[in-house]
Design a protein around this ligand. Structure first.
Ligand code: SAH
Length: 253
């Protein structure tokens, strides 16, 4: 019996954000692997086993899931948002690259999901309407100096910046440092969006000027979008304002 491995993006929260392709892949799996809060979002089905693991054990989790698939099971690895964005798809492929030859013959599929920055952007308007980049603020997998360099260059280049993993208990000061760096490169009026738990019942969105952006507005469930000098706010009477970045740029970043 030949097994398979599908890495499935669950989207940012509620089931309405799950694509039909992702729902079908979950339904067809014999075994589900993933970080417990993500597994908890998947409806249970008889005959399907669940293998929850801690958030920081990605490579071990990927290896266990691949070994299970190599034994003939149809395995689904779940990820929040999109599995290819700071998530399990790359961990699974790293494990395949470093693992036994038999893992290279497995049927492997990646099923995309709505990533956090797209869900946050859609709530606010169209802040990603022109060129943008995404940066994880975590220095678990790269040196902090590299994070700083990328932030500075991205701001200088005029990119809107989506920040993932903005803070954690182990990284309390980095986000305020990042805002300080960005304030040195961008006007203080640039809109900064803090989208928290977007797509879930407790979602929130806060928009502040860069001059007033503080790390205390974010937690691990927050994705931050920092506008460029061209990002604008359209105010509306009695309705939420619309944050957007025009499609065309005058250049001169
Ligand atoms: N693969 C995920 C990202 C994993 S990194 C995706 O594509 O969305 C984890 C980070 O994603 C969090 O620290 C936060 O910055 C962001 N995030 C995940 N879900 C979110 C949500 N519902 N609302 C806002 N940010 C979210």
């Amino acid at each position: 019996m030949s097994g398979s491995m599908v890495v499935v993006g669950l989207g940012p929260g509620e089931a309405r954000f799950l694509t039909p392709e992702a729902a079908e892949a979950l339904e067809n799996a014999d075994a589900l692997y993933g970080y417990l809060p993500y597994l908890d979002r998947v409806p249970t089905r008889d005959g399907q086993t669940r293998h929850a693991s801690d958030n920081r054990e990605e490579l071990a989790r990927a290896g266990a899931a691949l070994a299970h698939a190599a034994d003939g099971a149809h395995v689904a690895m779940v990820s929040g948002g999109d599995p290819g964005v700071f998530a399990m798809a790359a961990a699974v492929i790293e494990a395949i690259e470093a693992g036994p030859d038999e893992w290279r013959t497995l049927d492997v599929k990646i099923v995309p999901g709505i990533t956090a920055m797209l869900a946050v952007a859609a709530k606010a308007g169209a802040p990603l309407g022109h060129d943008f980049c995404a940066i994880s603020l975590s220095d678990n997998l790269k040196p902090w100096e590299l994070v700083q360099r990328r932030l500075e260059l991205a701001a200088q280049a005029g990119f809107v910046i989506a920040l993932y993993n903005p803070v954690s208990k182990a990284r309390p000061w980095q986000l305020d440092k990042a805002f300080d760096l960005l304030r040195a490169a961008l006007p203080g009026t640039v809109p900064v969006l803090f989208g928290r738990a977007v797509g879930r019942v407790d979602e929130s969105l806060r928009v502040v000027p860069l001059s007033g952006a503080r790390a205390e507005f974010a937690d691990m469930a927050t994705c931050i979008i920092i506008g460029s000098a061209e990002t604008r706010i359209v105010e509306r009477v009695g309705l939420p304002s619309l944050v957007y970045t025009p499609r065309s740029s005058k250049g001169g970043a």
